[in-house]
Unconditional design. Structure first.
Length: 168
């Protein structure tokens, strides 16, 4: 690491211990250890149910494409599903065409959360916002318009909890 003095290394190690990034087992030579970490989340297979438009509303068609492996403790495995994104309305939120979004089924979401929403028979992925008794489905791309709907006309299918991208 380029330290010129042993005390410099000790000082950095003490800082790592103070920050909780290392633990020090006193009385042991070489007693520095990584702290205990929680057990890894179990891997579950989540159904890939088709595509969702990141753009205007388009007819929602469920066409199962198989399963993807997901490692998460955020929700029950049976409440998770994945969709392939089409369109560019969410590029500002780093959701690109071809990405997979993992969604946790839930009927409500907080303002600002990214959701998969159903309006009539049409679905989209957008950021949710509630204003003046209306629901706004807000894109993350200035080339697209916000979709304004009555609260009774929109069904939140779930909240996006993960985005996956293949680089090939």
């Amino acid at each position: 690491m380029g330290f010129r003095a042993v005390e410099s290394a000790r000082s950095h190690l003490r800082m790592l211990v103070d920050e909780g990034r290392l633990t020090w087992e006193h009385g042991l030579a070489r007693g520095l250890r990584l702290p205990d970490t929680p057990a890894a989340a179990p891997t579950v297979h989540v159904p890939l149910l088709g595509q969702v438009q990141a753009g205007g509303l388009t007819t929602a068609v469920q066409s199962a494409e198989g399963f993807i492996a997901v490692q998460t403790q955020r929700g029950r495995p049976e409440d998770l599903f994945a969709l392939r994104v089409r369109g560019r309305s969410m590029v500002g939120a780093c959701i690109l065409p071809g990405d997979l979004v993992v969604v946790r089924r839930q009927p409500t979401a907080e303002d600002g959360e990214i959701v998969v929403a159903l309006v009539g028979e049409e679905a989209t992925v957008k950021r949710l916002r509630r204003r003046r008794g209306r629901v706004e489905l807000v894109p993350a791309n200035s080339r697209f318009r916000t979709i304004l709907v009555d609260p009774e006309a929109v069904v939140i299918l779930g909240k996006v909890i993960e985005v996956r991208r293949s680089l090939d």
